[in-house]
Design a binder for this molecule. Sequence first.
Ligand SMILES: Cc1cc2nc3c(=O)[nH]c(=O)nc-3n(C[C@H](O)[C@H](O)[C@H](O)COP(=O)(O)OP(=O)(O)OC[C@H]3O[C@@H](n4cnc5c(N)ncnc54)[C@H](O)[C@@H]3O)c2cc1C
Length: 380
Amino acid sequence: MPHTDTPEQSDFRASVRRWVDSEIAPFVAGWDEAGSFPRTLYRRASELGLLQLGYPEALGGTPCALAWRLIAAEEIARAGAGGLMASLFSHNIGLPPIVEHGSAALQQLVVPGVLAGEQIAALAITEPGGGSDVARLRTTARREGDTWVLDGEKTFITSGQRADWITVAVRTGGPGPGGISLLVVPGDSPGLTRTPLDKMGWWCSDTAQLHFSSVRVPAQHLVGAENAGFRMIMANFNSERLLMSAGAVAFAQVCLDEATAWALQRQTFGQRLVEHQAIRHRLMDMRTQLIASRALLQQVTARFEATPGDSEVIADLCLLKNHATSTMQTCADHAVHILGGMGYMRGTKSERIYREVKVMQIGGGATEIMKELAWRQLAP
Ligand SMILES: Cc1cc2nc3c(=O)[nH]c(=O)nc-3n(C[C@H](O)[C@H](O)[C@H](O)COP(=O)(O)OP(=O)(O)OC[C@H]3O[C@@H](n4cnc5c(N)ncnc54)[C@H](O)[C@@H]3O)c2cc1C
């Protein structure tokens, strides 16, 4: 399916693909079964320049257009393991608020080590009491002299177990969105306990519940202004949703590729599966949704790059996430069906993607929330 890469981007795509084919794809099913992947992979991703994409040079990053980050996301998704993507790139949700709003000292403390693959960053917003309604979060931070003291609980946090830095949403003021701040909490802070969580999919991704009991962090770990966190959180969601959409499109493509390859060689009733019209139609239904999602992704990406604050663009970005993840769901369903019993067996990419689609429709803002946010951006 055509991409709109420049020659340099094609070279970059090919180099990421080679890495994925040689160092990820052969091992990822084993990592998933083991519930974890080697920590050394962060350093490797940094050596290849992948962690640094889109970050300022002064912090060890490589400024670039969004298209490059999408290429990386698409190619890594070809391994068919969402859990790897989620954890290996959790800095893409943990770092941006620090890069955009943190003090120079906080940026230097946190960002270069993470982009070098030596440390891990995470973002903690969701609480056991609710994730969609961010404005009602309950974890508190109160100021005591030169420190903030945190109490509360976060859940479903990607890289929560092994993160060295956690960007935590806390209530520092009154109720509602105007009382929320972001604080950077070191992973080894006394009073922070982390409990791993078992999941339907994303097995190799580290997902944890975090408990904060009088956790003290220096006052300088506040990101931006006090009580200004809600807007930062909302802005941060935009790029997360775009990258998730790119991943969803790529996972859908993996399903189409796997189903096509299977249908070309599997024989039933004396014919290859592709010679049965019903199977060909499934493949074409997958392609129909896929090309539509990919076109929408390319279009919204270009508009978001040009005018990131435009309400119509933000609305369409939310709808893109729904479209792309719905395409992923349809394609995973068709692919597992075409693979038959083999599609139900652990080890095929389609089986894994089938289990992983739900988190794509819930995480980063669930489907209903995307529609609500889009409507609010567009409401006359
Ligand atoms: C594997 C995994 C990794 C995650 N990683 C992170 C992370 O790194 N950091 C982080 O902060 N969070 C993370 N999350 C949390 C995720 O963002 C939340 O699960 C998500 O925002 C939904 O919140 P909730 O689970 O509390 O569901 P709820 O908010 O309780 O919603 C439950 C259901 O009700 C629907 N709903 C809610 N409100 C409405 C409404 N007004 N109208 C109609 N329907 C509604 C929702 O769409 C959803 O389907 C992760 C989740 C998972 C599963």
